[in-house]
Design a protein around this ligand. Sequence first.
Ligand code: ADP
Ligand code: MG
Length: 503
Amino acid sequence: MLDLTFETPKPKVISGAKEDWELVIGLEVHAQVSSKAKLFSGASTEFGAEPNSNVAFVDAAMPGMLPVINEFCVAQAVKTGLGLKAAINLRSAFDRKNYFYPDLPQGYQISQLYHPIVGEGEVIVDIGPGIARRVRIERIHLEQDAGKSIHDLDPTMSFVDLNRTGVALMEIVSRPDIRGPEEAAAYVVKLRQILRYLGTCDGNMQNGNLRADVNVSVCRPGDYEKYQATQDFSHLGTRCEIKNMNSMRFIQQAIEFEARRQIAIIEDGGKVVQETRLYDPDKGETRSMRSKEEAHDYRYFPCPDLLPLEIEQDWVDGIAKSMPELPDAKKARFVNDYGMTEYDANVLTAEVENAAFFEAVAKGRDGKQAANWVINELFGRLNKEGHAIAESPISAAQLGGVLDLMAKGEISGKMAKDLFEILWTEGGDPAEVAAKHGMKQVTDTGAIEAAVDEVIAANPAQVEKARANPKLAGWFVGQVLKATGGKANPATVNELVAKKLGL
Ligand code: ADP
Ligand code: MG
């Protein structure tokens, strides 16, 4: 297997009024576990259901109800951990995080503060071909989601929808290893990609199934290296946390704004106050939500309703055996097996469905050509019409059929593009459609030879010129293609023209 080694990118430097500053960023990503049922109840997790229709008694915190762990959600967290090359903790435990909010009927969230199910791992964040950063994962813990308060339906009342209450979340906490706004977005992109490959989170950011709390601080050049050498956080600046971001674009804008805000404070002789902030996309700024002094005291304590979670190494090994091929491995294999560039491999592996489509087209065919057609013709066309691959009007079998006709020399590249167009709008079997539209390239040398002879005989002056300057032979090729209605195989024509002209 080809190993795609990478170079580490430079951190982003922002020049303040007085000095240069570097960014330090750590993310806490909340990813909704893909599971039909909730973390501690059998209620459905379906999105968009009638409000309060997916609520079990335990989700509504009815007296006397007890949580029962959903084994599938635990397996999903373990799978995620393995996908991030992380340590799996065979013993973990649940804690109560106490706070009052109307969308939290229990008055506490069940989470894992002291003993998370997954320990240290990593994400390789792609910045460009051959450039990537290794971001360390500190931990992943399982926890319950809260419900949703709705304030904008009635002027005098608020509503609450508990459908989301108790849905399983994985909180994936990175170390502060991300060094710029683009890297932060690239980190979320890569993490989302891995989760989608694993099938442990659908990554739908619009629905809030993947959202990030973004921690930002700034430091002077050289200080981050001191932190890295010692893991002593005192070398880093004070951080602010920007809550609940669910757009790659806003994540970048918020970090940029926040870093500049902190730099201005420090250069003015002030001190950054550790606090939670919210990003306002309309104003393009972050503003304070609560400071550390006002921070909740969650009074965490071990959840008395749940035994510590003990899993067996054999069970973990079973999950490890069922792991799908992950993006980096797939990318390396594509470069290796199909001889494509890393750039093309990146494009083809970005979404697991795209990679599967490509492989179906490439199977038993010229991989490089298949890659070109899938990327340029198919993806180009899908993007233009705003379609996902699942909605592609052309199937992998149909596109493969087009490539086969070309490989057999039955149609030219130009005809293949026309055929692609017809299949796109009208569908059908590629060979039948090609036959119906009279797309057949003439490879019969006799017929082409006759056409070449005719053109040469009719243009003696051009023949003289071409013999003196072989570059002009192209003119003859053009004439022959025209005479044969574009159906002559260009390679054959080229060959015959050169031969007949004695070039
Ligand atoms: P808390 O318990 O307050 O949430 P954590 O230690 O769990 O704090 O850190 C939360 C996140 O903040 C982690 O992703 C971590 O990498 C990040 N972080 C910690 N210190 C800094 C810093 N100085 N600058 C940027 N991010 C930081
Ligand atoms: Mg935290």
